[in-house]
Design a protein around this ligand. Structure first.
Ligand code: SAH
Length: 250
């Protein structure tokens, strides 16, 4: 039996889908796409007559029904999700529903927006000796966050942090980050619609980023990035150090 193909659409730019994802999309008979976030120009890759469903208007049962009907009719079914589905992709519940119908799935990864945003800014999250970890998180909204994952608790590490789904509450986010341990002069950036034509980048510090973001009128489809990786300080890596020998270089 056919499987449902979960495909990461990438962050926006229609060329940022993988070649493999693109190929499956061109072959699809049925596509369920996340219309609120993906670039609809990606649907131009679909063949004529491909059945398109915008999941923004559907609940889980309706999405499952489209999957099941498509698979039972022997069609190629694609679920096109924004960025990569492993980050806030609600993929788990979809595959669990499919399992109830004995329908399998496979996955083609996508470029997550936190990677698109780093590319747009031209930054490295893991600058040697500045930060070697990236925390991907969100503030609780209508979806709760487990209590052990508070922004305050993560802030004590003062490492690179990318905060999804939270720009609408940026005052509160910044308050928690400072309360948790980041100094006020820590660099911060907000990237709206990374890799889209109307992308916006706001750079500042925890002290002034809220005002700048409000002034720009950004409250959704954006990431909050925090940490000294956005600053001027850097160190050389061991990897390309001529005095440093490793497996491929002696
Ligand atoms: N699976 C997606 C995230 C889905 S959650 C991914 O891997 O990127 C939706 C949130 O992702 C948005 O609220 C926003 O915080 C972020 N987001 C998605 N696309 C974005 C983009 N192009 N630029 C900035 N943020 C984006």
């Amino acid at each position: 039996m056919n499987k449902v193909h979960f495909v990461g659409a990438g962050p926006g730019d229609k060329e940022l889908i993988t070649l493999k994802g693109y190929k499956i999309l061109t072959e699809a008979d049925v596509v369920v796409y996340a219309g609120s976030l993906i670039n609809k120009d990606l649907l131009d890759y679909c063949k004529e007559g491909c059945e398109l469903h915008d999941s923004a208007y559907m609940n889980l049962e309706e999405i499952t029904e489209v999957f099941v009907n498509g698979i039972r009719a022997g069609k190629t079914v694609v679920r096109l999700q924004t960025g990569d589905f492993s980050i806030y992709g609600s993929i788990r519940e979809q595959v669990e529903e499919l399992a109830k119908y004995d329908i399998g799935y496979d996955c083609v990864p996508g470029v997550s927006s936190f990677l698109g945003a780093a590319s747009s800014l031209g930054v490295e999250y893991t600058v040697p000796e500045v930060s070697q970890s990236v925390i991907i998180t969100r503030m609780e909204g209508r979806t709760p966050v487990p209590p052990l994952e508070s922004l305050e608790s993560y802030a004590q590490h003062q490492t690179s942090m990318v905060i999804f789904l939270s720009t609408q509450g940026i005052e509160k986010v910044v308050e928690k980050l400072i309360k948790g341990g980041y100094p006020e002069d820590t660099e911060a950036a907000v990237v709206y619609k990374a890799t889209w034509e109307d992308e916006k980048q706001i750079r500042g510090t925890l002290k002034d980023i809220v005002a700048k973001v409000k002034e720009a009128g950004i409250n959704k489809t954006a990431l909050i990035m925090v940490g000294r990786f956005l600053g001027k300080e850097y160190n050389y890596s061991k990897l390309y150090d001529k005095h440093f020998k490793h497996e491929f270089r002696s």
